[in-house]
Design a protein around this ligand. Structure first.
Ligand code: 6R9
Length: 646
């Protein structure tokens, strides 16, 4: 265990100035512990309800929860109209920036009108409350408008990441039974227009339930057109009335489906509903990020097609009347300082992103962020993977200027909102650990039998009480919902699928997916720990570790590493140095059997490394399903690196 990852590693106390004015102070934990349901009830009052609930939680048929039973609200009204009615219509909701450098500014008043027009258009197209609408779009304002228009009329949106293939889209359209697809001709990625419509044409051709395809003109690429089915957004939406009276829906009315890949080929359609979801995303966004709506400029640098985009680009920020930045493209276009240029340009105060991006910029070198004025930043966030202590310290120093606390937020598509995270004005930060359950959340580390473990032990992460933004089911498959999440330790305990460790001070460290735990000669070693050790070496920027079957040890550790910009060579010497480094750091048992230096790693839209594919490579198998990769060509690059014999 390297020095910085152990409990003896450095602590970063909450900055005093921030703590003095923080949205939540240390008492929040005691308040939540005193009466958990009353606590969530208080948070629900942050929203505007057309009708109060009769009961906070109905958990009489676990694991099927109902929150704020009998309550009614309109999610879009809560994100838009109420802020306009309160006199904030001129406040900027989004500073949007396209990859080519075009910009749009949307105030709350303008966004409300745009959403009303789109809602009227959906109604004209015959979309009804409860219908499913697929959204397959680039990161442009119409994507947010489309989501909120669905929410406004009670239609269930299903955003499919624009990088996914026609196959991935087709299987989701079919599973959800979508009646409408909203898309664009294309979007800009890495300096060039990237088409979306051909994949839609392919997928919709196989989905007889889809009546119409609504197409936003973004790149002006040529598109094929199916008369009677395809409609231009500007023809249908622009002529609509900018007024629409929102209807209040039940707190448990479905809001959206978000597909997430599971261990089997069939993706799971995670269902979120309205009142509890909006309550928890709004409250966590406000508390974890200390959001001050009048002064902050907030930026979740992630894709809307990931749950992080749903909860923390769209619903949380808008419910809290935040001013956000939204950016269409990739961090390295047209140059590697693009993100930092945006922080400087808009005076971003809060930045929320994924460790994979931090490690990428680390690889490019600290000169890149150093070239921009980042002094507007006051708080940073991390999500998607464990953030290695090295990457944490680098983020803290080179982007946060040593002054911004980092909120390492653990949560999932299924949980809807933050579940384990420090709080900015309260927690002494421990780099690499997500630390404590959020107030009102019960998370525990248990052994294989479900017994709670004390401090200083390693096991499985479970959630032992229902929470407002929890998934309600897997779309169309209640049995799979129960089996996947609520059967390992009984129907009252949610099995998250992540390994976790509690240190001697009770901080929770996430150790990656349970299926990422390796077993080497009977020793359980987490891929995350070996990866952190490798990234802790000065030559390594990124590492992915998998367990490959091994005739003698059961599994052998195989590592794929990307070197830092300044590091040279992939020679045998360096590989030996790195193997010894891990052995010294964690123990000889963790010494990788094989280390391969590569240029790229296979990643999902949320920056998660697809270890399953690397395991296929390490075990010399045919590659499995690659539909959720952002760039499937990286697998060919990696295979080329393999020694011809293996
Ligand atoms: C929000 C999101 C969920 C899985 C989760 C875990 C990993 C997310 C993390 C983290 C360690 C963090 N994960 N945040 N691991 N520390 N701060 O990422 O949702 O795409 O569904 O992934 O991501 O393994 O189980 P999703």
């Amino acid at each position: 265990m390297s020095e910085s990852t152990g409990p003896e590693g450095r602590r970063f106390p909450a900055p005093q100035q921030l703590a003095a004015a923080a949205n939540v102070g240390p008492d929040v934990y005691a308040e939540a512990d005193r009466d958990r349901l009353a606590f969530w009830e208080t948070q629900a009052r942050r929203l505007s309800w057309a009708q109060e609930w009769d009961e906070v939680l109905d958990w009489s048929k676990p694991p099927f929860a109902k929150w704020f039973v009998g309550g009614k609200l309109n999610v879009a009204y809560n994100c838009l109209d109420r802020h306009v009615e309160a006199g904030h219509g001129d406040q900027v909701a989004y500073h949007w920036e396209g990859e080519p450098g075009d910009t749009r500014t949307l105030t709350y008043a303008q966004l409300t009108e745009d959403v009303c027009r789109a809602a009227n258009a959906l109604l004209e197209l015959g979309v009804q409350a409860g219908d499913r609408v697929a959204i397959y779009m680039p990161m442009i304002p119409e994507t947010v408008v489309a989501m909120l228009a669905c929410a406004r009329i009670g239609a269930v949106h299903m955003v499919v990441f624009g990088g996914f293939s026609a196959d991935a889209l087709a299987s989701r359209l079919d599973d959800a039974g979508a009646v409408l697809v909203i898309t664009a001709d294309g979007g800009y990625r890495r300096g060039a227009p990237s088409a979306l419509k051909p994949a839609v044409d392919d997928a919709v051709g196989r989905s007889p339930g889809v009546r119409n395809v609504l197409v936003v003109k973004r790149t002006e690429q040529d598109v094929e057109w199916t008369e009677g089915r395809d409609l231009w957004w500007h023809d249908v939406v622009d002529r609509q009335s900018p007024r629409h009276t929102p209807e209040a829906f039940d707190a448990e009315h479905p809001l959206y489906i978000m597909y997430t890949s599971g261990t089997t080929a069939k993706p799971k359609g995670i269902l979120h509903t309205s009142g509890g979801y909006l309550t928890q995303v709004a409250f966590t966004h406000w508390a974890t990020f200390d959001l001050k709506p009048d002064t902050d400029v907030y930026w979740t640098a992630a894709d809307v097609g990931w749950v992080t985009g749903h909860s923390y680009i769209v619903y949380g920020p808008l419910a809290n009347r935040a001013t956000s930045v939204m950016y269409e493209g990739t961090p390295e276009t047209p140059h590697r300082g693009r993100w930092f240029e945006l922080i400087q340009k808009y005076g971003v105060t809060i930045l929320y992103t994924a460790p994979t991006v931090i490690r990428t910029v680390m690889k490019w070198g600290e000169d890149i962020p150093a070239g921009f004025d980042l002094t507007s930043l006051r708080l940073l966030g991390s999500v998607g993977e464990p953030i290695n202590p090295e990457a944490w310290l680098w983020y803290h120093q080179n982007i946060g200027g040593g002054r911004c606390p980092i909120m390492d937020t653990w949560w999932q598509t299924e949980t809807g909102a933050h579940m384990i995270t420090p709080l900015p004005g309260v927690t002494d930060l421990v780099p690499g650990s997500a630390q404590h359950p959020f107030p009102g959340i019960s998370a525990k580390v248990v052994d294989d039998e479900g017994n709670e473990l004390g401090d200083d032990s390693t096991g499985l992460l479970v959630l032992t009480e229902p929470w407002p933004s929890m998934l309600r089911t897997i779309w169309g498959d209640d049995d799979r919902y129960v089996d996947t999440y609520w059967s390992r330790f009984g129907t009252n305990v949610y099995f998250a699928g992540d390994g976790a460790k509690k240190d001697a001070d009770g901080n929770i460290w996430l150790l990656g997916r349970v299926d990422d735990v390796m077993n080497v000669s009977g020793h359980r070693i987490s891929t995350t720990e070996v990866e952190s050790s490798l990234v802790g070496h000065p030559t390594v920027a990124e590492a992915a570790v998998v367990g490959a079957s091994d005739p003698t040890t059961g599994q052998g550790i195989v590592a794929f590493v990307i070197l830092r910009g300044s590091a040279e060579d992939s020679g045998e010497d360096l590989v030996q140095t790195l193997r010894n480094h891990v052995a010294r750091d964690i123990g000889p048992i963790a010494k990788p059997r094989q280390i391969m230096v590569v240029q790229e790693l296979p990643k999902t839209r949320s920056g998660k490394i697809m270890r399953r594919l690397l395991r296929d490579v390490a075990e010399n198998r045919e590659l499995g399903d690659v539909t959720t990769l952002t760039d499937s060509s990286v697998m060919n690059l990696i295979k080329e690196k393999l020694p011809a014999s293996s």
